[in-house]
Design a protein around this ligand. Structure first.
Ligand code: BG6
Length: 483
């Protein structure tokens, strides 16, 4: 059981809260993680009191089958409170708010900002004026923090006026995924990989987050953000930093963050020409997915003019000793053929072939770390085909599928990270420097794509993205893992 705490979710009846936060909190309840006096407040502008119905409906559709139980729900719903507050409201409204959430001085109070990032500063100010930012207060900031480097600096600075850096938790739920953490365990506890993690043995690294979903009712947010801000600036670059960073001296938050920042700083800066050669923006058009016709992005949006990208592929280079010359490929998109997230490490071919052609082609080794839908780590090796009298070679997988190997459980990145906030453990959260560095690296891409002449390439819903994404690799005789 954790220490007692209160959590106040701004944007409490919004999409993120209903789809991710409430299910995560429910799971904490089911696992007995809450002390009796833990309270959950969903703050929103609405004055309707139907929060419990909305949360219950959300749990019914977002929990796994069989996870929702009446007794746990009853316990959970007793902790739930709806607070109606207008973030732009006056002092009196905030005084009522403060009274509603009043708690003993020593109780941890977590403010979760599931609201647009341009409101983070103003909301912090209101909390401060209402006397709510005490020593035990913490704030969780959702990504993307800002729209570009400048706005992100302004937001970070505004929040920093009221909360210390130690009180600020910048959440990136990809860091809470089991396999992302397992990647660190794999790298730093196995001698096997220590010598196989650099440009001498690795040919290229591919990080893909492919989604089948489209806009999902988030049109306003998404059309302003696009895939670069929504996914690359945060999730993909965070995963990149875990793959590419140097070993930290210790697994402490400071050490890990310092190494992550260092490797992000080593990303080769882009310029206009690099953007042209090394990046691909795509936008989905109509197409068939699982036997059903899906509309294109512009139709879904109801705006035929939008040039927002729903797909991104990038070839990046890391200018340091370990990674010189190794391309890192990033890819993410909506309405793609399959839904998965993975990191594929492609090794170089052996330096000399000792078998003749009759043994069959050799496939270079690969290590594939799957974050979802299944959590697994797969190492592909070449072996001799069993019982073949002549020497035939074939690739086999050494497969560590966690859902088979370990007791099946409901891993939930948000649950894990929320409990880390309660425990005051910032290891899996992004530091201000990392967030700003990620924006900084992407600035030339943002600028090039903001030009009126820029148009994303089209790709059909249910495909692997625009043809240019393939060409990003095929030019050098490579291909996307699984293609
Ligand atoms: C969110 C993005 O951060 O991550 C969404 O805003 C995206 O657009 C989601 O769908 C993907 O997360 P997951 O955990 O479902 O892969």
């Amino acid at each position: 059981m954790t220490n007692s705490f209160d959590i106040v979710i701004f944007g409490g009846s919004g999409d993120l809260s209903i789809r991710k936060l409430m299910p995560a909190l429910y799971r904490c309840e089911a696992e007995g993680k809450f002390s009796d006096d833990t309270r959950i407040f969903a703050a929103s502008r609405s004055t309707s009191s139907s929060l419990r119905d909305k949360v219950l409906a959300g749990l019914e559709s977002h929990l796994k089958q069989g996870e929702l139980s009446i007794s746990t729900w009853e316990k959970f719903s007793r902790r739930l409170n709806h607070l109606s507050v207008d973030l732009a409201g006056d002092g009196e409204e905030w005084a009522v708010f403060a009274e509603a959430i009043a708690a003993p001085e020593e109780k941890t109070v977590i403010f979760y900002f599931a609201i647009p990032a341009n409101l983070y500063g103003a909301t912090s100010l209101k909390l401060s004026n209402a006397g709510l930012i005490k020593t035990n207060a913490r704030v969780v900031l959702e990504k993307p923090i800002g729209y570009d480097l400048e706005s992100s600096k302004v937001i970070n600075a505004a929040v920093a006026e009221y909360f210390t850096e130690a009180q600020i938790f910048r959440i990136d739920h990809y860091l809470g995924k089991e396999t992302a953490q397992n990647l660190l365990a794999l790298r730093f506890t196995n001698v096997l990989f220590e010598h196989l993690w650099d440009n001498k043995t690795i040919d290229n690294v591919q990080i893909t987050i492919a989604e089948k979903v489209g806009l999902e009712g988030r049109a306003t947010f998404y059309d302003q953000a696009g895939a670069l801000r929504d996914m690359v600036q945060n999730h993909l670059l965070q995963l990149f930093s875990l793959v590419a960073m140097e070993p930290p001296n210790k697994m402490t938050a400071e050490n890990i963050r310092a190494e992550k920042l260092k490797v992000m700083e080593a990303l080769r800066p882009m310029n206009e020409e690099a953007v042209r050669h090394n990046t691909v923006a795509g936008q989905y058009t109509k197409g068939e997915m699982d036997g059903e016709e899906r509309s294109g992005y512009l139709d879904e949006l109801g705006n035929p003019e939008s040039a927002t990208e729903t797909f991104v592929a990038i070839r990046a280079f890391v200018d340091n000793w370990r990674w010189a010359g190794v391309p890192f490929y990033f890819r993410t998109g909506k309405r793609m053929k399959e839904q998965f997230a993975e990191i594929a490490i492609q090794y170089k071919p052996v330096s000399h072939l000792v078998y003749g052609e009759e043994a069959g082609g050799l496939m270079p080794n690969s290590l594939v770390i799957r974050l979802q839908p299944e959590e697994s780590i797969k190492l592909t090796l070449m072996t001799k085909e069993l019982n073949s009298t002549d020497m035939r070679l074939k690739p086999v997988d050494l497969d560590l599928d966690f859902s088979d190997t370990f007791e099946r459980r409901y891993s939930d990145a948000y649950k894990r990270l929320l409990l880390d906030v309660v425990e005051n453990n910032p290891t899996l959260f992004a530091h201000r420097g990392e967030v700003e560095q990620a924006w900084d690296w992407l600035t030339p891409v943002l600028e090039a794509w903001a030009k009126p002449e820029h148009k994303p390439s089209s790709y059909a819903s249910g495909s692997w993205g625009p043809a240019e994404a393939k060409e990003l690799l095929s030019g050098q005789g490579r291909r996307w893992h699984g293609d």
